[in-house]
Design a binder for this molecule. Structure first.
Ligand code: DQA
Length: 139
């Protein structure tokens, strides 16, 4: 089973940025933990701060992978292009957020991606990614 994790803008700063919201571990370190936890799954990780690169990656993996765990970060709230990419592929997409975006500023309450996602997991810190992977493997 192959699962692609895709992280959007500023998530390369995890561990350094707004630690009270996003925690103090870098995603690279967390990804090592995930690979050690889910040894039976082929896990891949991609991060970009650039909208078009995220769209390219969604298109590249979106027809052969068993699932995509997508944290589009700020683009969640703005990007019709990423939403169209998600609706145009066949792999299931789980939308993930580290924080509970519904409990934050109003502009974070809108997600262009949610209507096209298989499911949404948010607010559990980095554990949201574990839950997303589990949701793809338990089907
Ligand atoms: C985020 C929430 C977004 O609103 C924010 O822009 C992010 C991270 C999260 O994982 O909680 O960068 O997607």
């Amino acid at each position: 089973m192959k699962i692609q994790i895709i992280n959007g803008p500023n998530l390369n700063m995890l561990g350094l940025r707004e630690k009270e919201i996003y925690g103090s571990i870098s995603f690279d370190d967390y990804f090592e933990e995930l690979k050690n936890k889910f040894t039976e799954i082929e896990l891949f990780y991609y991060q970009s701060n650039i909208e078009g690169e995220l769209i390219n990656k969604i298109q590249e993996v979106g027809f052969d992978y068993d699932g995509i765990v997508l944290n589009a970060a700020a683009y969640t709230h703005t990007s019709v292009g990423i939403a169209d990419a998600v609706r145009g592929i066949s792999s299931p997409v789980i939308e993930v957020h580290i924080s509970n975006t519904k409990s934050r500023e109003d502009f974070r309450k809108k997600s262009f991606i949610s209507p096209h996602a298989k499911g949404i997991i948010q607010g559990f810190g980095l554990y949201s990614y574990d839950l997303a992977i589990l949701s793809l493997t338990d089907v």
